[in-house]
Design a protein around this ligand. Structure first.
Ligand SMILES: [Zn+2]
Length: 129
């Protein structure tokens, strides 16, 4: 089919890097007003205005269900992730993910492989400056 955006596929390998592992930031989702049970939305990652990854998210009372198609295999993966809240000192509340592997409270989950997890569990390191 060709067309715009084909080719240059070598830059999207399956190697884990924080910049290429779909960081899902619950603060951004919350800011967009999407953390409402019953809401379904899609979340995209753009590099140079081009979508490199996308998931669909279904919010319910316990957390959210993430479903996405793996870049490497095309397989569709569905994962339930729990969320929690803590009171914010400015009033209101803060939202957190519960890491599916270590149960730690984190604001950002990554998917370096098949499933989303916190940065430590995903084995990701930030590139050193
Ligand atoms: Zn973890």
């Amino acid at each position: 089919m060709g067309g715009r955006g084909s080719g240059r596929r070598s830059s999207y390998s399956c190697k884990p890097h924080t910049s290429d592992s779909m960081p899902l930031d619950i603060r951004r989702i919350s800011r967009e007003g999407l953390l409402v049970p019953g809401t379904t939305f899609s979340w995209q990652w753009l590099v140079d205005d081009r979508q490199v990854a996308g998931i669909s998210v279904r919010v319910d009372l316990q957390g959210m269900v993430l479903s996405y198609r793996m870049k490497c295999t095309g397989e569709v993966v569905e994962q339930r992730v729990q969320t929690q809240t803590s009171p914010c000192h400015l009033g209101g509340q803060r939202h957190w993910f519960t890491c599916p592997r270590c149960s730690k409270r984190v604001a950002v989950l990554y998917a370096p492989g098949r499933y989303f997890a916190c940065r430590q569990c995903g084995g990701l390191v930030y590139p050193t400056q």
